[in-house]
Design a protein around this ligand. Structure first.
Ligand code: FES
Length: 748
């Protein structure tokens, strides 16, 4: 049964000044809500005849209880015009996923969800990336574009059509269908006026008839697309679970949701990044961060600002008396920025410990079916956009051009501009590996050389952050060695990178190659910088470097000095003559303490770290004995105070022999046994599962893979104790299944 609110109703409290069609709301819905949340956490909004719920706890209460708060109100009040009811009966519309409840919702969702699994969506990534490049090819030379229509909508429309298996001949129909279904959905709250209502419904009905024909055809000749997936699902009786007419209506839902939500997120991300240039620089430098940028964007401003339900009985919520039949709109933008649940809610922080801790995709039975697609497509869209157009920014004037739908602002225009001269430069740096020239070679100390690398023509290199390292290929062909070296130049200088290399007496060939074979003018292949040792924000820093461990510390102290933070450096080495970059450190005066071992003995770490100091981080890089010593003497500091980077893999003592276990690579659909003497990475490679790797000893982070289920025995030298305990990712080159865990499921 669908409940319809008595109209008009009058309820208290109301929030005086709340205006879901005002500029303030369109500019930043979350900020507008924040003005009312404390005083009237649940208030009545007469314009829509509905309650607005603003606190996250209350929103979660509503989302969790589909029996008390039905989704039927999202579809039951959509009024199909009489003349179209023979083709689209109202009961087809009331079964849409956003407007139905169990058990029918469960059945319909079951039919659709095979086409939206995470593995399926991740498999689309290369295709999405290629499509994004093709779209940018069209306008990159212009220097300006409407990001919404020329990029984001083009990309998302192309993706959903390809996923449905629809050809170009249906392009115009699907674009129109997206807008028409949005109008139909919105008419549940605000009826459309004539003649627009008839026009919209006529187009909608025509489109669903075309889709029905395609669905019927796919039942006979199924392919590997979403429509085929849905068409061939049968029930226990062997008959199709859903009629073609019903599937067609669901496709119209997906045509809208799969396009608009990601378009809005990409546009919002560009605006947030313009306000947070450091975050943009960080993501450009480390493309692995784009999923986090996407996630933080939809937390801060969900693409669908609201989710709606209808009360099935009288209930008290957040101090308001809600009556049976009342519509209840949950302000997701407000819930995601509720300070009771989210620290620094208005800060755009891509390093939140749990980036997916938000309600942008709602939760419970109606959690967004297409969220895996949104995540893959959103992160890919941003990555490619800024790879190709790194200087892209919103235009000086961004109009408030939104579809005038109360509570659900849908942006139609985002003018952006970029420096066309950057386009060619960016093309040079898009490749993950590229060829650089040794511009300068210097003897920095006994056994230490520095190499300054850059493009021979001076073109800009990708940006990076202190703590980053670059992978350098030494030699050619099968005999080539790959080594990681910290970048020790200034991150501000995009024309060159510098590495410092110690000739290791026990060299496996890498440092000897650098010392003996690389000279000014030599060419080396270098990968994009990665950062396993990022500099986190703190009021004070204690840096400790041992020997060549000074290299990642140099750009760190340059940054904290520029920021005006308190800091000190304790720098040890065998002898003064063996300690590199001492001349560069002189400018920092007594903030730097130099302690050669032959003059002062071992570093006095205990004296340095006697008393834990509030809001202080200790950064240490150096040989293993130094790292072990500092871990011991700082054990009484707050957890997370010590951040280390190792040159070599941590020594792990095994008391029991390794055993075999099963691994499932969920995204690739491969399950295999990992023998006792074989790594997960080797098994992945043997089965054609693509996992990037480099060091093969757990020190570089290249092979980090997300754990879907199972517990890992972490043997890497990168993850902190807390990260290993959290068990969210693992380095598959060294880590295995923990004792008692017979199967690991990995996101690869
Ligand atoms: Fe370097 Fe696994 S390949 S950590």
């Amino acid at each position: 049964m669908t409940l319809t609110p008595e109209a008009p109703v009058s309820r208290c409290p109301v929030a005086h000044g709340f205006d879901a069609l005002g500029d303030d709301y369109f500019v930043d819905p979350a900020a507008h809500f924040a003005k009312f949340r404390d005083e009237t956490p649940v208030f009545f909004y007469p314009h829509l005849n509905a309650w607005i719920v603003t606190r996250r706890d209350d929103v979660e209460t509503v989302l969790a209880d589909w029996q008390q708060f039905t989704s039927g109100g999202n579809s039951g009040t959509i009024d199909v015009p009489e003349q179209f009811r023979a083709i689209v009966p109202p009961d087809l519309i009331t079964q849409i996923l956003v407007g139905s409840d169990p058990p029918s919702h469960t059945d319909h969702r079951f039919v659709a969800q095979r086409g939206f699994t995470k593995a399926r969506m991740q498999a689309l990534q290369p295709e999405i990336e290629a499509r994004a490049h093709r779209i940018i090819d069209r306008f990159e030379a212009n220097g300006s574009a409407n990001l919404v229509t020329e990029y984001a909508l083009e990309l998302t429309t192309g993706t959903i059509m390809a996923h449905m298996g629809l050809g170009y001949e249906h392009d115009a129909m699907m674009r129109q269908l997206r807008d028409d279904f949005a109008m139909i959905l919105a008419s549940a709250a605000e009826p459309m006026a004539e003649p627009m209502r008839t026009e919209v419904w006529q187009r909608y009905v025509d489109a669903t008839l075309v889709l029905r024909g395609i669905i019927d055809e796919r039942r006979e000749n199924p392919g590997t697309d979403l429509i085929s997936d849905m068409a061939i699902v049968t029930g226990k009786d062997g008959e199709p679970m859903l009629s073609s007419a019903q599937i067609a209506v669901h496709l119209t839902e997906f045509a809208m949701a799969g396009v608009d939500s990601t378009t809005q997120a990409v546009s919002n991300a560009v605006l947030f990044l313009a306000q947070n240039p450091d975050v943009l620089a960080e993501a450009i430098a480390d493309p692995d961060l784009w999923p986090r940028v996407f996630e933080e964007t939809v937390r801060r401003r969900p693409s669908s600002t609201f989710a709606a339900r209808q009360a099935q009985q009288d209930i008290e919520l957040g101090g308001a008396q809600i009556k049976k039949g009342d519509m209840v709109w949950m302000a997701l933008a407000s819930a995601n920025t509720d300070p009771a649940r989210t620290a620094r809610p208005f800060e755009f922080d891509i390093h939140r410990p749990d980036p997916e801790d938000h309600l942008a995709f709602t939760q419970g039975r109606h959690t967004c079916l297409g969220q895996a697609l949104a995540r893959v497509q959103g992160a890919t869209a941003l990555k490619v956009l800024f790879e190709r157009l790194p200087s892209l920014r919103p235009a000086a004037e961004v109009p408030l051009d939104f579809l005038p739908i109360a509570l659900l602002p849908v942006r139609r225009t985002l003018p952006v501009t970029w420096d066309v001269a950057d386009v060619e430069r960016a093309k040079k740096t898009v490749a993950r590996h590229f060829s650089l020239t040794v511009l300068e070679r210097r003897e920095e100390a006994e056994g230490v050389v520095s190499l300054t690398l850059g493009h021979a023509d001076g073109q800009a290199l990708p940006q990076w952050k202190p703590g980053a390292h670059a992978e350098v290929q030494l030699g050619e062909g099968d005999d080539a060695l790959v080594r990681q070296y910290s970048l020790c130049s200034s991150p501000q200088d995009a024309s060159r990178w510098r590495i410092g290399v110690l000739r290791e007496p026990a060299s496996r060939g890498g440092s000897a190659y650098v010392h003996d074979r690389l000279h000014e003018g030599s060419t080396v292949t270098v990968g994009l910088p990665r950062n396993n040792f990022p500099l986190r924000a703190a009021a004070r820093y204690v840096f400790v470097a041992g020997g060549i461990g000074i290299t990642p510390i140099l750009p760190m102290i340059e940054q904290v000095e520029a920021q005006g933070a308190q800091w000190s450096l304790l720098y040890g080495g065998r002898t003064r003559a063996s300690m590199a970059f001492l001349g560069e450190l002189e400018r920092y005066g007594d903030k730097v303490t130099v302690r050669p071992q032959d003059e002062y003995g071992l570093l006095d770490l205990a004296g340095l770290l006697t008393e834990p100091t509030e809001d202080t981080l200790i950064y240490c890089c150096g040989p293993e004995p130094l790292l072990q010593a500092i871990e011991e003497v700082s054990a009484h500091w707050p957890v997370g105070s010590l951040v280390t980077e190792r040159f070599a893999a941590k020594k792990i003592v095994r008391t029991e022999p390794d055993t075999a276990f099963e691994v499932e690579f969920a995204a690739s659909g491969v399950t295999a046994t990992v023998p006792a003497d074989t790594s997960v990475l080797e098994v992945a490679e043997a089965n054609g599962v693509r996992v990037l790797s480099s060091c093969l000893e757990g020190t570089c982070g290249t092979c980090e893979t997300r754990i879907v289920s199972g517990r890992a025995d972490h043997r890497d030298s990168i993850l902190t104790d807390a990260e290993q305990e959290a068990n969210e990712t693992m380095m598959v080159c060294v880590s295995r299944a923990a004792k008692g865990c017979t199967k690991l499921v990995l996101d690869a």
